[in-house]
Design a binder for this molecule. Structure first.
Ligand code: EPU
Length: 337
């Protein structure tokens, strides 16, 4: 394992916030992690497990211990004519896994191409895009308790997945370090075309190959979303709100153009991007923070923004959306203090 003091976090957060961590620990395998935590449990000490830092906003220097996975490897555990079962190290780069699977002709995660971050965090956050969520392909998640170093496997039901959510963000928040993610993929799987904007971009429609789907998703993301290498950002800053149908129906009368998606029996999901645009924030800046001009759900660092400039902008947006629509937006990004 590697241990660092006063560790610079600039390479560990895509928002480009220049913060430091008091201590940073990196583990190359599950055995070392279990041994370390068995001797030095994290209970009682301020700590946080981070992935690629693509969904974090460090509000200040982190006065505690950050833990990071350097557990690599993509292993085929089993396969039959139709499916392949993979065990993937939590420190693998998510998009490298997608590229590998697409290259092999294994379908299921190609719509999640180019999402920044690592495999462990993908399973914690239940990343999603273009009609696919990673939980669709997860069979189980291996983790190690930060309290005593004991290993535990969470099957898919125990992970309690829902929109951008899992047990690791709820009841078990801050209690586990994810070591491996197990996935099932389909050999020669067909494209998933639920997302309207995707099918039109595919050269052969539903008959397109996985590689063509991956290329189309990459093109779509590059067109709509800022490249973190150029503009610091953490993807969607807010979650799309899910509101009771009553509220949706009354807003729809007032705003006939209101877009929506059904979300269960009595709820509707409304695109936060639309709400933010209606409040006039699309493309606007506040100091060194700004709302991305092509997708207002994304806030960007225009260069040397402080975390407080970004939270100030986010707060103004939340207040305006609340005042105009009576809907509260919640950050998708994790504020770390
Ligand atoms: N819209 C506007 N103005 C805009 C852009 C969008 O009004 O400038 C409205 C449109 O009605 C559009 C709708 O918002 O139809 C949805 O936009 P989009 O398809 O771009 O997706 P999103 O709901 O804004 C979600 C995810 C993205 C994911 C896309 C595509 C969340 C929080 N975000 O965004 O995920 O890439 O769908 O599936 O669910 C991320 O999590 O970091 C992320 C980028």
């Amino acid at each position: 394992m590697k241990e660092y003091e006063n560790y610079p976090l600039l390479p560990h957060n895509t928002f480009g916030i220049d913060a430091r961590a008091r201590r940073f620990l990196e583990f190359p395998d599950s055995g070392e992690l279990q041994a370390y935590l068995g001797n030095k449990p994290m209970a009682g000490e301020k700590h946080l497990v981070i992935g690629g830092g693509s969904n974090l906003l460090f509000l200040r220097d982190y006065d505690g211990t950050l833990l990071h996975s350097a557990i690599r490897g993509i292993e085929t555990e089993a396969e039959d004519e139709r499916r392949v079962f993979l065990k993937v190290g939590s420190g693998e780069i998510w998009d490298e896994l997608v590229a590998y699977c697409v290259g092999k002709g294994w379908g299921g995660i190609e719509n999640l191409s180019l999402i920044p971050g690592e495999v462990g965090a993908a399973a914690v956050q239940n990343i999603g895009a273009y009609g696919t969520e990673v939980c669709d392909c997860i069979t189980r998640v291996d983790a190690v308790s930060l309290a005593d170093g004991s290993p535990r496997t969470f099957n898919r039901e125990e992970c309690a997945y829902s929109y951008r959510d899992s047990i690791f963000k709820q009841a078990e928040r801050g209690k586990y370090f994810v070591t491996y993610v197990h996935l099932v993929l389909e050999k020669g799987g067909a494209p998933r075309l639920d997302y309207r904007g995707l099918s039109g971009l595919l050269p052969h429609g539903a008959a397109s190959t996985l590689a063509e789907v991956r290329d189309a998703v990459i093109a779509l993301r590059r067109e709509k979303l800022p490249d973190p290498e150029e503009w610091g950002n953490a993807g969607s800053f807010f979650m799309n709100p899910i509101v009771p149908d009553e509220l949706y129906l009354s807003l729809k009368q007032q705003y006939p153009g209101l877009p929506s998606y059904k979300a269960g029996a009595a709820h509707t999901k409304i695109p936060a991007a639309w709400l933010i645009e209606q409040c006039g924030w699309k493309g606007r800046a506040l100091g060194n923070a700004a709302v991305w001009e092509r997708q207002p759900l994304v806030l960007i660092n225009r260069g040397h923004a402080s975390a407080s400039e970004i939270t100030e902008l986010a707060g103004r947006i939340v207040a305006d959306v609340q005042a105009k629509f009576g809907i509260t937006l919640y950050p998708e990004v994790n504020y770390i203090s």
